[in-house]
Write a protein that binds this ligand. Structure first.
Ligand code: EPU
Length: 430
C-alpha cells in the first residue's frame, strides 16, 4: 500500500509541540559507536526511518542494537566483524557514507556502497576522500557504486584544509581521525550544532577533540574509546519547521525541548517578518497572531547562517505574505524541485539559477502534490495548511525519513491532517 497525507487547510496552529532529537546528529552518532570498544546507550534518538535504517545497517555488520524505549538505543559494537557494508539498507540512505570514516577509524579499511537518500542534484564526496587520503587511506571506486578505502597501517594524523565547508566531510574526517596516530587539524570545518554534538559524544568516550563549532578542529588520536550514555541535541530543523508552520498559519505555538541558540538565524528572519518570538531556556514561543507579516529575503549559508534545510519551508511561508521575496540557495546547486509543486497550488514563483523569486500574497489552493525530498515535503505540509481546500501529498516516505510522528504533532496543534493508505488503482482508505 502507498501512503499519502491529506490536509485540509485553513486552521491556525495553536498549542505546543515537543521537538525530537536531531536526525543529522543521530545518523552521525550511531555509526560513531563503531569506533567504541564497549557498548553505548544513546538517548533522545528520534523515531524516524533514517534511524531505523542506520540501526539495521549496524546489526547487519554484527552489532547488537536494541531499542530500550521509544527514544533510547543500546548499541554494542564489540562484535562487528566486517568492514564491508554494501546492502540495500546502505544504498538506501545518504548518511551511510559515515560508515567510511567510522570503519576506517576502527579497521583501517572500509568497503562501502555509495549512498542514496534525498534527491536534489549531485552530492559529491570528494572532500571526504581527499581527507581520508591525507590520513593515509587511499581509495578506488568499484563498479561505480562502491568505495574501497584502505590504509596499510593505522591512520596518521594530518593537516587537512577543506575546499568547501562540508558537514559530511567534517564529520567523516573526525570519525576517521579520532583513533589515528598523532594530531589531525581540519581547517575550514563546518560548524553545525550536530558537529559539536558528535565531538561531545566522542569526547565523553575518551576522545580528544577541540574546536568543534569553530572552523578549526584539532583531534589528538587516542587508542581506546570507552562506553558511555549520551543524549543527543534537539533537532534544529524540525523546530524550525514548526516555527515556520506556526507563522504561515498565523498561529501561536510553544516549541519545547529545543536549544534556542541553534535557532537564531530562523528566529531573526521570522522577527524581520513581524513574528513575535519569546525565548526561554529550552523553549520558545512563536506568535504570528498580533500583526500582519511582511516579505523578506533569505540566503542560505553554512551554520551560523540561515540553514538550507529550512529553505523550502520558508519559501512556502513567503508565498503567504504580500510582496516580492527573494530566496538565494547558496549551499546546494539544485534545491528547487519543490517549486513546481507549490506552483500547482497557485504560488507565483520563478527560479533563476540559485534564486527563487516569490510574488507572495496570492491564495494557495489545494492540489495533488508530491514530496520531492524531505524538506520539500515539509514545505508541502506548510503550504497545504495554508491552502483553500484539501491537499493530498504523495511520496511521504521522504517526510518520514526525518520527521517523528509528523501527523500526530501537527494534529495536536489543531491541523486537519491525516495519513491515508491507497493502492495504485487510487482508491483511498483511511
Ligand atoms: N560538497 C562538495 N564536496 C564534498 C562534500 C560537499 O563539493 O565532498 C558540497 C555539496 O555539493 C554542497 C556543499 O558542499 O554544495 C555542502 O554539502 P555538505 O557536505 O555540507 O552536505 P551533507 O553533509 O551531504 C548535510 C545534511 C543535509 C544538509 C547539508 C548542508 C546530513 C546527513 N545531511 O549534508 O541535510 O542539507 O549538510 O547543511 O547531515 C536534510 O536534513 O534534509 C539534509 C539534506
Amino acid at each position: 500500500m502507498l501512503e499519502k497525507l491529506v490536509i485540509k487547510g485553513g486552521n491556525r496552529l495553536m498549542g505546543e509541540v515537543s521537538i525530537s532529537g536531531a536526525k543529522n546528529a543521530a545518523v552521525a552518532i550511531i555509526p560513531a559507536v563503531i569506533l567504541c570498544d564497549e557498548p553505548c546507550t544513546i538517548e533522545n534518538i528520534p523515531n524516524i526511518s533514517d534511524v531505523s535504517l542506520i540501526g539495521r545497517i549496524l546489526q547487519e555488520m554484527g552489532a547488537v542494537v536494541k531499542r530500550v524505549n521509544k527514544s533510547t538505543l543500546y548499541i554494542d559494537p564489540t562484535k562487528i566483524y566486517t568492514s564491508t557494508a554494501v546492502s540495500e539498507s546502505v544504498r538506501g540512505m545518504r548518511a551511510s557514507y559515515y560508515l567510511l570514516g567510522a570503519l576506517l577509524g576502527r579497521f583501517h579499511k572500509a568497503y562501502v556502497a555509495l549512498p542514496g537518500g534525498c534527491n536534489f542534484g549531485t552530492r559529491p564526496i570528494d572532500q571526504h576522500l581527499k581527507g581520508f587520503a591525507a590520513l593515509g587511506a587511499d581509495h578506488r571506486l568499484v563498479e561505480r557504486a562502491i568505495i574501497d578505502a584502505q590504509s596499510p597501517n593505522r591512520l596518521m594524523g594530518a593537516h587537512i584544509y577543506l575546499d568547501v565547508v562540508s558537514v559530511g566531510a567534517t564529520i567523516n574526517l573526525m570519525l576517521a581521525a579520532v583513533k589515528a596516530e598523532g594530531t589531525t587539524i581540519i581547517e575550514n570545518a563546518a560548524k553545525e550544532p550536530h558537529i559539536v554534538d558528535l565531538a561531545n559524544f566522542l569526547n565523553t568516550m575518551g576522545a580528544n577533540i577541540r574546536g568543534a563549532g569553530t572552523d578549526v578542529i584539532k583531534i589528538r588520536g587516542v587508542d581506546h574509546l570507552h562506553g558511555t550514555t549520551y543524549s543527543i541535541i534537539p533537532d534544529q530543523i524540525e523546530a524550525g519547521t514548526y516555527m515556520v508552520a506556526a507563522a504561515a498559519t498565523r498561529g501561536r505555538v510553544i516549541i519545547k525541548n529545543i536549544t534556542p541558540k541553534h535557532l537564531d538565524s530562523i528566529s531573526a528572519k521570522l522577527r524581520e517578518m513581524g513574528v513575535e518570538i519569546d525565548e526561554y531556556d529550552e523553549a520558545l514561543i512563536v506568535d504570528a497572531t498580533k500583526k500582519p507579516l511582511c516579505r523578506c529575503n533569505i540566503k542560505t549559508m553554512p551554520h551560523p547562517g540561515f540553514p538550507t534545510d529550512c529553505q523550502p519551508q520558508f519559501a512556502a511561508l513567503l508565498t503567504t505574505v504580500n510582496g516580492t521575496s527573494i530566496v538565494n540557495e547558496n549551499v546546494w546547486d539544485n534545491r528547487y524541485q519543490y517549486v513546481s509543486e507549490l506552483i500547482r497550488m497557485g504560488a507565483h514563483i520563478s527560479v533563476e539559477g540559485r534564486l527563487a523569486i516569490i510574488e507572495g500574497g496570492t491564495e494557495l489552493v489545494a492540489a495533488p502534490v508530491k514530496a520531492t525530498d524531505l524538506r520539500a515535503g515539509a514545505a508541502m505540509i506548510i503550504a497545504a495548511l495554508c491552502a483553500n481546500g484539501t491537499t493530498e501529498i504523495s511520496n511521504i516516505g521522504y517526510i518520514e525519513r526525518g520527521y517523528e510522528e509528523v501527523v500526530d504533532k501537527f494534529r495536536a496543534l489543531g491541523a486537519d491532517i491525516k495519513k491515508v493508505y491507497y493502492s495504485e488503482d487510487t482508491s483511498i482508505r483511511a
